[in-house]
Design a protein around this ligand. Structure first.
Ligand code: G3I
Length: 481
């Protein structure tokens, strides 16, 4: 292999030290790596390099290591873009997630069909796949610590009974699910030390997560060298629920020892997953949508910290909204289009470990300022507040109060169509004004009385003071107070 000149910008060590002082990777050093998918601009522009080196300790090439960009024609490799990113990582001591060795998208069709478009024989396809995989793995095994060996091979929902659980890709048509097993075997043969992952989107959707589990279980039972599952985590501000994420992680952890979130972004509309057809977003983002996104990130990272025993890397898909495959108008990441951290960044980074393990006492009682007969809002002896709002047609309900994502308390839809939520921490004692934001509209909580203060009528809640008894009006038959 001809000697490659290091054509990347290395940053003076003194600057590295200063920059590495306060990033996401440092805040999560006791939990898991924080990674990012980069394009070639991100590792060439000095300002973007500062963000990458300060915040992240795992790097994925967004496109450069995929089948088509690396081997557009059989036997003709193009290493230029991948080498630039790999050399940047080598020069800065950052290990990489390799993405991705086998995928039905961004792959040269020569891999699986002849010039006339006829599918190749299994033997020819396997020979092409083996040569491709081993060429890449051997080239980068000094800097890549794990590979997304196969990407998105499981069918999306709905899958009707009796239908295959796998995507009907050309590779599947040639060899059935065996091609997946072979891809892992070829990668393991080339680098026995690399952790090998199966990677997919809609990873927390219950039916699809079961199909992903089923595939990996079959692979493990067949002795295939698979080490982990990559949850792409292309989520949105409305879903998946944290219970779905928690359940998926628990399910996957019964079959693999390593779970990575590999492509995290949280867009501000109802689209989800890795598909290339998606809502192109909106021109402006409202405060309440920022709060929804912040809360989805905050609640997600709380679940991920709980599973730090099996989660060893969380990778954001792209550095900033400007780089995002979803475009700036989907507002999906923690850094805005000018590479400035959003409020959600601070909420994700400045978590309080003590709050992760806080026990909320279930001694909630209606607040004394509620309308007669109204159960909610409720308060408990620690000062937590719990809300319940009936809004079956709403897509979001946010209470202006509460530590929540530090922008309020986002309520979530219960089975009966009502929206419920509890403040993320205890509130200050005493009276608090508050209001609801429902799909962007501002309302008072019908469960409470209204109070006029600082130019507006608002709902009110009383967080009981621990010395309330001292100030309580009492009957003093023996005298006056
Ligand atoms: O490099 C060519 C360039 O030469 C050409 O001028 C230009 C115009 O067509 O296209 C460029 O290629 C584009 C490539 O990104 C590099 O920028 C492709 O058109 C474009 O389709 C491709 O999109 C990538 C997409 O995967 C392809 O499926 C996105 O950047 C990338 O973020 C996205 O990432 C995928 C993960 O790999 C797997 N999970 C889903 C995720 C989102 O789709």
């Amino acid at each position: 292999m001809k000697k490659r000149i290091l054509s990347v910008l290395t940053v003076p060590l003194s600057m590295c030290a200063a920059m590495s002082a306060q990033g996401l990777k440092d805040a999560y050093k006791d939990y898991f790596k924080i990674g990012v998918a980069v394009n070639n601009r991100n590792v060439a522009d000095p300002d973007q390099i500062k963000v990458v080196l300060r915040e992240f300790n795992s790097i994925t090439a967004e496109n450069a290591m995929k089948p088509q960009p690396t081997e557009p024609k059989k036997g003709e490799f193009n290493w230029e873009d991948a080498d630039k990113i790999a050399d940047f990582c080598r020069a800065n001591g950052i290990k990489m997630r390799g993405h991705t060795l086998m995928w039905h998208s961004q792959i040269g069709s020569w891999m699986y069909q002849d010039e006339k478009g006829n599918l190749l024989s299994k033997e020819e396809f396997y020979a092409n796949m083996k040569h491709h995989i081993q060429a890449i793995v051997n080239r980068y095994k000094d800097v890549v610590y794990c590979w997304d060996v196969v990407n998105e091979a499981v069918a999306d929902s709905p899958v009707y009974p009796g239908r295959p659980e796998l995507r009907n890709s050309p590779m599947y048509q040639i060899a059935g699910e065996e091609f997946i097993y072979k891809a892992f075997e070829y990668a393991h043969e080339a680098d026995p030390d690399a952790l090998l992952f199966y990677n997919d989107y809609n990873d927390a959707e219950p039916a699809k997560s079961q199909r992903i589990y089923n595939l990996v279980k079959r692979m493990k039972d067949a002795g295939v060298p698979i080490d982990g599952i990559g949850m792409q985590a292309h989520y949105n501000v409305y879903g998946p629920t944290m219970k779905e994420v928690d359940d998926a992680i628990k399910l996957y952890s019964t079959v693999v020892d390593h779970i990575h979130l590999t492509e995290l972004d949280i867009r501000i509309n109802e689209d989800m997953g890795g598909g290339l057809r998606f809502n192109q977003g909106q021109a402006t983002v409202s405060d309440w949508e920022r709060t929804l996104q912040q809360d989805q990130y905050v609640q997600l990272f709380k679940v991920l910290r709980k599973h730090k025993d099996v989660i060893d890397c969380v990778t954001f898909w792209n550095v900033s909204d400007k780089d995002s495959w979803l475009g700036v108008r989907n507002y999906p990441l923690l850094f805005d289009e000018n590479y400035k951290p959003k409020q959600a960044y601070n909420a994700v980074k400045n978590f309080d470990p003590k709050m992760d393990n806080a026990v909320i006492l279930e001694d909630f009682k209606p607040s004394e300022l509620n309308q007669p007969g109204q159960e909610y809002p409720m308060v408990n002896s620690q000062g937590y507040a719990r809300f319940k709002v009936n809004a079956p047609k709403a897509t979001s309900v946010i209470v202006s109060l509460g530590l929540g994502g530090s922008g309020g308390t986002v309520l979530h839809k219960a089975e009966d169509g009502s929206w419920m939520g509890t403040t993320d921490g205890p509130m200050d004692e005493g009276f608090h004004y508050y209001h609801l934001t429902i799909d962007g509209g501002v309302f008072n909580d019908p469960g409470t009385n209204n109070y006029y203060g600082s130019t507006r009528w608002e709902s009110g809640i009383e967080i009981p003071a621990h010395d309330a008894d001292f100030y309580a009006m009492k009957n003093v038959p023996h005298g006056n107070v």
